[in-house]
Design a protein. Structure first.
Length: 421
């Protein structure tokens, strides 16, 4: 299978944070009082190191994940000083993660969009089936600081005292290129020449977009470029399967514009947090409450509403407990969708258990002792609903990129099964 991956490729600096380290860093910067005096709200960006710690504490206290944008390079320097030497540097970004998974699973060719090339990124994209241009210059790296936190972690900072209720992560992102949805000219030119040779395309990274930019452009300018590109791909290759991963948006306005312009897209993927925040269901408080409590019925109804409103063929919700795929009858056989989803949850479980991506044999070997519970398919008038429980790894090595791992594996398997059919 030949697959396109746009748009966001970056470096992830991954670290599991402890409560005592937070206190130490706050003390070193002499900012404990400043951080506690002005608690954060979930809509804030990061303009100072104080903002970063406000966001981290907010999400650790609630046990929920989020991604906030860094707008001050001095914060990047501070985070590297505090955590750089202890962090793991890996390829990140939805498109970067998905590219690596597809490559390991045996896709014949994967074409990622790499807006800002760097030596480190080139070294991490080392497999022959990943198509990138030869890079002779070094660009400023896009870096996402991923702070994992574990359930049961005790945090005591001044009068703030709590136990983290759930495993999750807080991401602080410095990414000028992907925030502007920059496209590598090589990526664009390659698509113009060879679009008809690809089987599918996955696009993501839209959640990073801002409403306005310093050059006078807006989110509409960036998204209109994507809309034109998907229209061009479908014109050259009508059978291409195009999937979009939604992401954790900073702005309802940006997300709403994207969802209204998916006419050349087949499928949409998102997690339960992104689903509960989706602009298409934001006024339905009862439905949102059910989603937050992982009620399968409410998740299914919300997926169906989004599918119909955005005129899609498929919507897939991946949660920490199960995945739900809602799709139009005739789009894919329900039995094939179950096969794809089961393979995808197994692939994600393998990555959680080992922290490494591998081929089919590696995945089977590393998950043979993890139980996979029964799946279910139901029919709703013109739609099918497939539900597959996740394979739970009791002591995960990593939780970063599990959604991307699932998405890549499901997408590849769907393409393979469709080709067989």
């Amino acid at each position: 299978m030949r697959i396109i991956c746009g748009y966001n490729v970056n470096l992830d600096s991954v670290y599991t944070i402890r409560g005592d380290e937070i206190v130490r860093c706050l003390s070193n910067h002499n900012i404990i009082e400043k951080v506690l005096k002005h608690p954060a709200s979930s809509s804030e960006g990061i303009y100072s190191i104080e903002d970063f710690f406000r966001g981290l504490l907010l999400n650790m206290k609630s046990g929920s994940g989020a991604e906030w944008l860094i707008f001050n390079h001095e914060v990047v320097k501070s985070l590297k000083e505090c955590f750089g030497e202890k962090s793991d540097i890996i390829i990140g970004g939805n498109a970067g993660n998905i590219t690596n998974v597809l490559s390991e699973l045996g896709a014949s060719l994967v074409l990622p969009n790499i807006a800002r090339h760097s030596k480190v990124q080139t070294e991490l994209f080392h497999r022959e089936n990943i198509k990138t241009r030869v890079q002779n210059s070094e660009n400023e790296e896009s870096i996402h600081f991923v702070f994992n936190f574990n359930k049961g972690t005790h945090v005591q900072v001044g009068d703030l005292d709590f136990i983290v209720p759930h495993d999750d992560r807080f991401i602080a992102t410095y990414d000028p290129a992907n925030i502007a949805l920059e496209v590598d000219p090589f990526f664009e030119e390659y698509l113009l020449q060879f679009a008809d040779s690809f089987d599918g395309a996955i696009f993501a990274g839209f959640h990073l977009l801002l409403k306005e930019y310093s050059d006078g452009s807006t989110y509409k300018d960036k998204l209109n470029r994507f809309i034109r590109q998907t229209a061009s791909l479908k014109k050259q290759n009508p059978n291409m399967f195009i999937h979009v991963e939604l992401g954790y948006f900073q702005s309802d306005t940006v997300e709403s514009y994207l969802l209204k312009n998916l006419s050349h897209v087949d499928s949409l993927g998102l997690n339960e947090v992104e689903l509960s925040r989706c602009s298409l269901i934001k006024d339905n408080k009862k439905l949102i409450a059910g989603i937050n409590n992982l009620q399968i019925g409410d998740i299914t109804m919300a997926s169906l509403q989004i599918l119909q409103a955005a005129d899609l063929n498929r919507v897939c919700i991946h949660t920490g407990e199960f995945v739900v795929s809602v799709f139009k009858k005739g789009f894919i056989k329900p039995a094939d969708e179950i096969k794809a989803l089961r393979f995808a949850v197994r692939t994600a479980a393998s990555y959680a258990a080992t922290g490494k991506h591998g081929n089919w044999e590696y995945i089977e070997q590393t998950t043979k002792n993890i139980p996979l519970r029964s799946s279910k398919t139901t029919s709703l008038k013109n739609y099918y609903v497939c539900m597959v429980p996740v394979m739970r790894c009791e002591k995960p090595v990593t939780t970063v990129g599990l959604g991307d791992t699932f998405t890549a594996a499901a997408f590849l398997r769907e393409l393979e099964l469709a080709k067989q059919a």
